[in-house]
Ligand binder design. Sequence first.
Ligand code: CAA
Length: 296
Amino acid sequence: MMNVAVIGSGTMGNGIAHVFAQHGFPVSLIDISQPALDKALGTIGKNLDRQVAKGSLSEDDKAATLGRITTFTSIAEGVRGVELVVEAATENVDLKLQIFRDLDQHAPEGAILASNTSSISITKIAAVTKRADKVIGMHFMNPVPVMKLVEVIRGYATSDEVTSRIMEISRQLGKTPTEVNDYPGFVANRILMPMINEAIITLFEGVAGVEEIDTVMKLGMAHPMGPLQLADFIGLDVCLAILRVLHEGLGNPKYAPCPLLVNMVMAGRLGVKSGEGFYSWGHGTKDLIVADRFKK
Ligand code: CAA
């Protein structure tokens, strides 16, 4: 099995490391702080426990999966001898460009450099390296161990060979890869974010309340979560950042973020991670409770 490095141990990074390790790939998990890495290993352990509890994984497979993950706090050390790097650091352009410069310098010459970015241009990231043909988007969905899709994004210079290799590796992870081209929001977020934005506009204009909007989409369209709950789950700051990429990159006013979304982000109401968004979180129950602000 090829050695893989995953950069970033947050929600997406630990999920990506989990899935590669579970499917037999030795994984170097890299982050800047050891406590963040320790926390990620704890999260992966808990998520593997869910699979054990469901009977989809044995205790031995769990131990073997954890045994395949080694942690590093340095890119230079962590990418030694790897054939593939999947970057899942914070969604910040300058940070990602710096990481790709470092990766280009330290990763073996033939290694493929993939990014899990949800909306930053793969072409732009590739342009800071001397191997643009080997830079590609590998966009996993949250929660990574559960969601079947990998959106594979071809940058302007990504080669056919690298694309088919990443499609094949995604299949080895038990995922269904889908090849798309590198334009703002790719496909997943170009379609998902306008839907979420429209749900927020529908609330903002008083057409219906939080629960009503989510119920229509959950029961009427068989979505596992309504768009407002999903926005809380993704993070309202992330939704806003992606809408801005669509708005700026495509130049069409239809992508303009709803002023309510902008206000909520400015007020620090970011959804699950901040404890409140359209719903209130962290109350310790599994009930969906609409935030006070939106109660009728
Ligand atoms: N690791 C492992 N297993 C997990 C898990 C995790 N992190 N999270 C959930 N699961 C498992 C559970 O154990 C459970 O397993 P079984 O089906 O075998 O029982 C299953 O997933 C369902 O979980 P729950 O019963 O806890 O809850 P649920 O039925 O409400 O499902 C959900 C949870 C899978 C998150 C579901 O609500 C869902 O699919 N929501 C929509 C998710 C979505 O749209 N994600 C994409 C977001 S967009 C994105 O990621 C990209 C971007 O760029 C913004």
